[in-house]
Design a protein around this ligand. Sequence first.
Ligand code: BTN
Length: 324
Amino acid sequence: MRSVLEILSASDYVSGESIGAELGISRAAVWKKISALRSDGWEIASAGKRGYRLLAGDRLEPELWTHSLNTNSLGRGENRYLFTTDSTNAEAKRMAAAGAPHGSLCLCETQTHGRGRRGRSWHSPEGRGLWLTLLLRPELAPQDAPLLTFCSALAMRRAVLSTTGLAAAVKWPNDLILNQKKICGILLELAADPDKIEYVVIGTGLNVRRGAYPPELSSSAASLEVFLYNNSLPLRRDILCAYLTHMEELIGAVSARGLAAIREEYVRASCTLGREVLVSGAVQITGTAEDIDGSGALLVRDADGRIHRLLAGDVSVRGVMGCE
Ligand code: BTN
């Protein structure tokens, strides 16, 4: 069954009566749902018998933002906007299989099976975040693909900074953290031969509007809006355009010069390097995160002075996101 937001998104004016008929609820109940959406910040006009209309407000349809985009390739291929999809990464892979070009983008209002790293799911409530995946066909060696997740983290960090003034930290490899809470996660999936990338899909989820989180996330995740106090929340499409611009620049830099091109910015933004970390993956290691190497691996020195090179794994940093 469609939600009220979905019905409004798909129409011009739509009467309370027909919304009620579709959802099997009274006109008064429709009015209550419209009021709840308005107090969540959605701009909804009402015009007597014609009913309700969702104004451009915080909408993401490509026709509302491609004209203000100043990129060459990102957001210039196939742009697929869906109200609901299983996962924008899964959809972007289907687009890749059908031949969509480098720079194509999939974004949506809600995901039914949003994917996180390490097989986790990603909470993707309707209208409350930027849930997007870029399809790239980059000129990079497969072992350098992880650098693209650094690019995405830095691009989203810059976009958040320029649209809200909030400076997030990067937790290795690519989570964005504000006030000890995760606001953004990135999932890269790769299709490659041993020496050539066929494509990568790089999915980025940014929690934007406030709302309840499931109990297992409530102590570790948060949305941008809660850190903005009296400042207004930017439009998601403005964050998106800033992200795409920065992402294009960073991918260009990394393709030409590798990690060296972004290393200084990454190190400055990092809340992992120089800190005590606990790495839980195939093996558990505690130690000091000393550095990252050229392909983005984390170098951790344990109590015996041995250096461990970590390619993946969940890193908890003391004092960040509930790790004591
Ligand atoms: C993580 O931190 O575990 C990674 C989360 C990645 C979430 C994004 S939301 C858009 C894209 N589609 C998905 O299914 N996952 C990514």
